[in-house]
Design a protein around this ligand. Structure first.
Ligand code: IPM
Ligand code: MN
Length: 352
């Protein structure tokens, strides 16, 4: 029996989370596993009503779950940063979800903005460090508000944090067993302290993984290669900030935010799965937002729970929807409503 915490969140989060839960119910029925969901109303509306973002007790409660499924966080009525830091980043940090796993996979039937690239060219995974770097929150102001003001924002990279992230990436690359190629994405030519540590650790671990080929790309160059030669990549490992940026680019080449999912992973604890697109407030309640990213997040959650055949079955259903039923994802047109897309995924799961 899997205990799943569901945080529908803000904006279109509840709509896409609803479709994700619908798919979870369908796949559990046919794959034969049991689960129990508990819903938590954390997000902008609750904050505006009660002034509470996420308190310590609520955070502790989440540890008892096998996984967390999150819709989206971000509310137009709340100053940017409060909810993102108070809910999303707080959970990532407190539950030590030190990996942000973001597959970039172009499904058949999804149109790709890259000329002459198809599903065989775009299938890689970004392993983003998820608890350190520029996100650590260290730094400060000097002489704030004066013409001489100084703002410092520091990137924190610990040997432990870097090593566990790199080790996860090597292991993941091995388990994925595709090209067995791991690319470190950094900026060794300029950020010579942080990336020296990353590169040294990357090279130190390499002999433990003789079956994995290693490669390196600067972060700016990788943005170019993702567009020009995405087929070069199998697993890419990088820090928190670079991972944040390059995975938005990755999402676009796989068909857009409507399809991109991610997992905030603590291999020894509670992990959290989410569509990476955000709360899209202007589409709230309109039943137009694409739920496939949330459904792919459910697929990742099943994979993480080692319900691999169930996860594959969800993916096959998503691919069927993409190749038969949707109009143009990269142009942001589905030609179907949010709930219709969820219903189709359920139908294909059951039909198989
Ligand atoms: C993401 C988001 C978050 C991040 C924001 C909302 C804090 O952009 O999950 O990529 O920067 O990590
Ligand atoms: Mn982001």
């Amino acid at each position: 029996m899997y205990k799943i915490a569901v945080i529908p969140g803000d904006g279109t989060g509840p709509e896409v989370a609803r479709e994700g839960v619908k798919v979870l119910e369908a796949i559990a029925g046919v794959a034969g596993f049991d689960y129990d969901t508990r819903f938590f109303a954390y997000g902008g509306d609750r904050y505006l009503e009660t002034g509470v973002v996420l308190d310590d007790e609520e955070l502790e409660e989440l540890r008892a779950f096998d996984a967390i499924f999150l819709g989206a966080i971000g509310h137009p009525g709340v100053k940017p940063g409060i909810l993102e830091q108070g809910i999303l980043l707080r959970i990532r940090f407190a539950l030590d979800q030190y990996i942000n796993l973001r597959p970039v996979k172009l499904f058949p039937g999804v149109d790709c903005p890259l000329k002459d690239k198809g599903p065989e060219d775009i299938d890689f995974v970004v392993v983003r460090e998820n608890t350190e770097g520029l996100y650590a929150g260290t730094g400060g102001f000097l002489r704030k508000g004066t013409p001489e003001e100084v703002a410092v924002q520091e990137s924190v990279n610990t040997r432990k944090g870097v090593e566990r992230c790199l080790r996860f990436a090597y292991e993941y690359c091995r388990r994925r067993d595709r090209d067995r190629k791991l690319t470190l994405c950094g900026k060794t030519n300029v950020l010579t302290y942080a990336w020296d540590l990353w590169e040294r650790t990357f090279e130190e671990l390499a002999p433990e993984y003789p079956d994995i080929a290693t490669d390196y790309a600067h972060v700016d160059a990788i943005c170019m290669w993702f567009v020009k030669n995405p087929e070069w990549f199998d697993v890419v490992v990088t820090d928190n900030m670079f991972g944040d940026i390059i995975t938005d680019l990755g999402a676009m080449i796989q068909g857009g935010m409507g399809i991109a999912a991610g997992g905030n992973i603590n291999p020894e604890g509670t992990s959290m799965f989410e569509p990476i697109g955000g709360s899209a407030p202007k589409y709230t309640g309109k039943d137009v937002i694409n739920p496939l990213a949330a459904i792919c997040a459910v697929q990742m959650m099943l994979d993480h729970l080692e319900e691999r055949s169930a996860a594959d079955r969800v993916e096959r259903a998503v691919i069927r929807v993409c190749s038969r039923d949707l109009e143009s994802l990269s142009a942001g047109r589905m030609g179907k409503s949010t709930s219709e897309v969820g219903d189709l995924v359920v139908k294909y799961i059951k039909e198989e």
